[in-house]
Ligand binder design. Sequence first.
Ligand code: ZN
Length: 277
Amino acid sequence: MPAQPLNDTRRLCVHTITTKPLSMEQVLEHYPKYGVAGITVWRQALEGRDVAQTGKQLRNAGMSIVSLCRGGFFPAADEAGRKKAIGENIEAIDEAATLGAPLVVLVCGAVPGQPLDESRKQIADGIAAVAGHAQKVGVKLAVEPLHPMYADSRSAINTMRQANDLCEALKMPNVGVAVDVYHLWWDPELQSEIARCGRNGHLYAFHICDWRTPTEDLLNDRGLMGDGCIDVRQIRGWVEDAGFDGFNEVEVFSNRYWAMDQRMYLERIVDAYKTKS
Ligand code: ZN
């Protein structure tokens, strides 16, 4: 069954990075006005703030806190670097618990020049080292596979199959996957691997945006749904067929959108959400 258009915003979540120029005060004021029901908080948006208090303010504004972005970056060239990464992930997990975010998204990491297999092993070890603590404080962890163009330095986990393999091998009750259409839309195995993820109970999050042609910046030139070539609605259908009923999270890093009036941009986000996803 093809997915139906979303005619309301009850499952719309926006990542704070999407509207990076807005302060947390402005987020608290504007997101609810535009019908944004969920929020994923990027850690830089919490800098200098009382984290528990901010969590309370977000909930009082009527929003669900969907996740905290982000942890990860487990691989390192030496033991000291890997230990440091584990400490930083424990901090991120504790911050999520304090904020009241049920999930931390993991950008798993990679070291330029280090074999990808070695980085994958370090990622598995790193997650295994922090997942028990996350479980204790009530936080889940979502492995986010990244597009292979980032395999050099940002993540050695690049497909749903790899993320599924990793979660199955780890066998932790609180480690699953974040599906981001930007990273995964090209994969011929995407539908079957999403179904596998759902069967395992590992489908934790769904991130949406679009792939612009040409993409002028590898990091900060994402499009809004409808700006590019990703069939977001089809992938949402696959995710829903796999049992996912959580938030659709708009995560866009875009120099061109950050330069816009952010209230007009929020209007565009809501329109693109309703008509193109
Ligand atoms: Zn994402």
